[in-house]
Design a protein around this ligand. Structure first.
Ligand SMILES: [Zn+2]
Length: 356
């Protein structure tokens, strides 16, 4: 049976190990690891030793060649903070996430992708945000549940695993399917903003030969800000704001952080530069720079709740899914971390057609 060197690399990257580190753990030489990963013939015992060292089922290496996520098609925000191992671990999670979603899509009718190509508007992200809202018939209303909205438009949302904390979030297209990976360690408000930011990348950048730079990051942020807080609605609701406590009182309407709302008010010229700065200082003192003291509840996935509940009724557990995908159970848990919510059995009436 042919073992897949590419899959060995994926498993090693998920563990955050270099070839040398894996060699040490598995009692092999780095040359052997490199040969195995590059598809040269190595003994079966090599894969067995690696599987044991990585705590991965050896069957994982026997599956078809994996769906690699090319690094250049992915937008990473904080590249400076992130090491190569962390980036590779996040990309490898992307591969596992695609395989998980393909497993689900063979059993469920998932919503079809309904995104539009707005790459022509990337220099005017506020227009792109308005056009997408128009396309989806959202008007200027605040978004009640960003995660459910993305899922209902065919965006496949997964969690970023625990060993990739410096990655904010990332997104990519795999064939016609858009994917977003969220870092669920952040505040719910930040996750919502990240979702909108990645949505911006998906509609403005991924079609255009994917060049990621500072500009693309600013454009995605501006898109997120305009998409979550439409100008007309903000103008309608906000009048005469001048203090941090007023910003805190208003933010829940758009489910954003106090800092994000203050920034939006400043951008829309509803507060002066001076007021904006003093509000930011005040918010910082109140702990709103790194956290969200009066925060909202984390959004949960409608897709995963329904999928898990349906499978559960058929006596299929998460452990069974992990076994079918030949991945360790905790890898599956990481991909769904905090997405399905504590009680999958709760009735959820979000607009999402999911036919089993
Ligand atoms: Zn970005």
């Amino acid at each position: 049976m042919p073992y897949s060197g590419e899959r060995l690399r994926i498993a090693r990257q998920r563990r955050g190990l270099s070839g040398k580190q894996l060699a040490e753990k598995a009692g092999l030489t780095p040359v052997t690891i490199s040969k195995a990963e590059n598809g040269h013939h190595v003994e079966e015992a090599t894969f067995a030793a690696c599987a044991a060292a990585l705590d991965y089922p050896i069957e994982f290496f026997l599956l078809d060649a994996p769906q690699q996520i090319p690094a250049e098609t992915v937008s990473f925000r904080s590249l400076a903070k992130m090491g190569a191992a962390e980036r590779d671990a996040a990309l490898a999670a992307g591969t596992l996430g695609v395989e998980l979603y393909e497993w689900v899509s063979e059993r469920f009718n998932l919503p079809a992708p309904d995104l539009i190509d707005l790459s022509k508007e990337r220099d005017r992200p506020y227009i792109a945000a308005r056009l997408l809202r128009q396309h989806w018939g959202l008007g200027d209303r605040p978004i009640g549940n960003m995660l459910a909205l993305l899922e209902s438009k065919g965006v496949r949302v997964l969690s970023l695993a625990e060993n990739t904390k410096n990655v904010d979030a990332y997104s990519f297209w795999k064939a016609e399917h858009p994917y977003v990976f969220l870092n669920q360690e952040k505040t719910p408000e930040r996750s919502i903003f990240d979702s909108a930011h990645e949505l911006g990348h998906l509609v403005m950048h991924h079609h255009a030969g994917a060049k990621y730079n500072r500009d693309a990051e600013c454009q995605a942020d501006a898109f997120a800000s305009a998409f979550l807080m439409p100008e007309a609605d903000v103008m309608n609701e906000i009048c005469g704001v001048s203090t941090a406590s007023q910003v805190i009182r208003h933010k829940s309407r758009w489910r954003v952080s106090a800092m994000a709302l203050a920034y939006r008010l400043h951008k829309l010229s509803l507060i002066s530069e001076w007021t904006y700065r003093s509000i930011c200082i005040e918010l910082g003192k109140l702990g709103y720079r790194s956290a969200e003291p009066t925060g909202i509840k984390r959004e949960t996935s409608v897709v995963w709740e329904k999928v898990l509940l349906t499978l559960w009724n058929e006596r299929v557990t998460k452990a069974d899914i992990a076994t079918e995908l030949r991945i360790p159970y905790h890898e599956l848990e990481a991909l769904m971390f905090e997405l399905a919510g504590p009680k999958s059995a709760s009735g959820n009436n979000a607009r999402l057609r999911l036919v089993h």
